[in-house]
Design a protein around this ligand. Sequence first.
Ligand code: NDP
Length: 289
Amino acid sequence: MSKGTVTILGLGAMGSAIAARLRETGYATTVWNRTAAKTEPHVQAGSNAAATIAEAVQSGDIILAVLLDHKSIHDNLEPAAAELKGKILVNITTTTPNEARATAAWAAEHGITYLDGAIMAVPEMIGRPGSRLLYSGDENAFAIAKPALETLGTAEYEGTDAGLASLKDMALLSAMYQAFGGLLQAVAMMRTVGAPAAQTAKDVVDWLTAVLPVTESLAPLIDERNYDPAPGQDVAFTRPAVASIITASREQGVSADFLEPLKKHLDELAATGRGTADWVSVVEQLTIK
Ligand code: NDP
């Protein structure tokens, strides 16, 4: 027996994985995609295809939008505002926090119950362990949609501000890209002496696995803004350490562009008499004053 009907708008890599997972877990699904041919495999697997968004929206209790970006959401959903009225719209397309808030405001104007979402997973992970999705916006909509959303991965509600899921998504992705930037820096340095990327990647993973747990002990320091005297490594220690890494990179013929901003922040702290503060006080330099 069907658990309800979910409409999926967008059958790219992510929308297709989501539609497949909802079918597998007993939901009736209606699908729409700009390029209609992409609906065919889904129809063969048991979904209904709609020719227009307006038609797709009418047949679903919950509308999951998985398009490309904020613009594609508005270009496509605004003409279907009347059909969306009274529905639960869950927009898991990646947008910025303010774009999510703008969509929430637009939805409220049109009587659409809005939940914004962010996917911390790749399509292959949908419905598997490790898949994590963040949501924010209408709390009641989250409660209603939760059983369907939990089939995709853990469903974590961040709060009523529709921008919160996106903000956490962007923060975690920021950490990911900078960690990958660090990996690429290490690979670029080590390949100057012939080390294969796979070996350096393993070394980086082993090293980060050993040192990352330290971050938890640094958190109280940051929350209390209590950096001086430093319980860990202070600015005076860390500044020349980072300078040495920059020198070593350049001596190997590798750019130090990823590292320069950190050095700049440490220089600013040293120049303003904060050499004895813990180096994680760099977090205070990140707030734009
Ligand atoms: P794809 O590029 O595979 O698919 C994009 C989808 O958006 C297609 O259905 C495409 O339709 C549709 N689309 C693009 N532009 C328009 C438009 N102007 N009007 C109507 N439809 C449009 O992307 P994904 O499926 O991978 O990603 C979808 C969303 O999920 C994105 O916001 C992405 O950031 C997010 N996401 C993806 C992850 C991933 O690993 N793939 C991970 C986390 C989030 P058509 O087939 O006609 O081109």
